[in-house]
Design a protein around this ligand. Structure first.
Ligand code: ADP
Ligand code: MG
Length: 351
């Protein structure tokens, strides 16, 4: 074995670079050379009296809508923008701390951020990552990370189209030669589907259901395209007239009608991106098909709907909820050897 490969083997073994998918709904952490080691909701609970962090992640999500007055649980990235810098920083610090140990040789951290963030927000993430203990902090645009994680040939001179439907935002991007050629980010994604279900149940049944119930309803019977066998679910909420707890049975047809508007907005964003894509790249994307990532890709029939509306082949990535995290992971593993990746990171991480 050459001295060089001995050295790189050693570095691989002991360096623990980290890739983070800082999502509006979920944060995932990939530790270089290993795998995804953390997967938690992007939620933080703060004690307003002491200013201390009461809980982060799964524990904090359980508190959403259930906290006593002095504890406030919130999603600091809810709409795909950083609504609260301090809380985002605390959350990052907590998650990085959870996967770190003090025997690290060096620790570069690559964070995937929504492509729609402002310059100020981008710098805030870089700063928060350094404050959280990173020796070197980099950001990567989420659609790029998602495309890498989904195994698309991003370095080649051929267009790939990725659609990442998350909680707060849907990101549509065309990628070629290691760069985003064209992208579009809209604040319509999983959360909006939940809200549309809440509004529908309120209107049709005079029943007020919570966000969690709406999400469960979406995941268990939601669909974007007619199902071979339609489904139904019993939802519990509060009667708007009597104010008392009540339940109602709703069908998958009803849910499909309820979420039609936000789904149309997502389809529209994809069409507009295709229209703005140079013809050669659009033709490539036609050959490879549109690839769907993010939790929203798991909605029944979303691939069929998008395919019908765009007349393009559509494929759902393997493990869509993990694409961005795997992508940041590939990047941290390759950044020391791969010039294209290194350059891309440096471009997007200038501060
Ligand atoms: P983000 O990257 O913004 O954190 P994710 O990619 O983690 O978002 O996706 C979270 C969204 O995906 C949530 O709105 C969640 O309700 C939705 N989701 C998760 N699983 C499913 C499913 N099986 N069907 C439909 N939506 C789903
Ligand atoms: Mg995401």
């Amino acid at each position: 074995m050459s001295k060089n490969s001995l050295f790189s083997g050693f570095m691989k073994r002991f360096s623990r670079d980290i890739g983070i998918d800082l999502g509006t709904a979920n944060t995932l952490v990939y530790v270089g050379g290993r795998d995804i080691v953390l997967r938690e909701p992007s939620v933080i609970a703060i004690n307003k009296e002491t200013g201390e962090v009461a809980a982060v992640g799964e524990e904090a999500k359980r508190m959403l809508g259930r906290t006593p007055g002095h504890i406030v649980a919130s999603r600091p990235l809810r709409d795909g923008v950083i609504a609260d810098y301090e809380q985002t920083e605390e959350m990052l610090k907590h998650f990085i701390g959870k996967v770190s140990n003090k025997f690290l040789l060096r620790r570069s951290v690559v964070v995937g951020i929504p492509s729609g963030v402002t310059e100020v927000e981008r710098l805030a993430v870089l700063q928060a990552t350094r404050k959280a203990g990173a020796t070197q902090a980099f950001v990567i645009e989420e659609p790029m990370a998602a495309a890498i994680g989904a195994g698309l040939p991003v370095e080649e001179p051929s267009g790939s189209m990725i659609v990442d439907i998350g909680g707060g935002t849907t990101e549509v991007a065309v990628i070629s030669l290691g760069g985003i050629v064209h992208s579009r980010s809209i604040r319509v994604a999983g959360d909006e589907l939940d809200e549309a279900i809440i509004a529908y149940v309120r209107r049709a049944y005079n029943l007020f259901i919570g966000e969690k119930t709406a999400e469960i309803c979406k995941i268990s019977i939601g669909s974007a395209y007619p199902l071979e066998q339609e489904l139904e679910i019993l939802v519990k909420g509060r009667d708007l007239v009597s104010g008392l707890p009540r339940s109602a049975t709703i069908t998958s047809e009803e849910v499909r009608t309820a979420i039609q508007e936000p789904l149309t907005a997502i389809v529209e964003a994809i069409k507009l991106t295709l229209e703005a894509t140079p013809p050669e790249l659009a033709a490539d994307a036609m050959d490879h098909g549109i690839v769907l990532a993010g939790g929203g890709a798991l909605l029944r029939g979303i691939d069929q709907l998008i395919s019908k509306e765009t007349m393009m082949p559509v494929r759902i990535a393997d493990d869509p909820l993990s694409c961005v995290a795997f992508g940041t992971g590939r990047v941290v593993e390759a950044m020391h050897e791969n010039e294209v990746i290194r350059k891309m990171l440096e471009r997007s991480s200038r501060s």
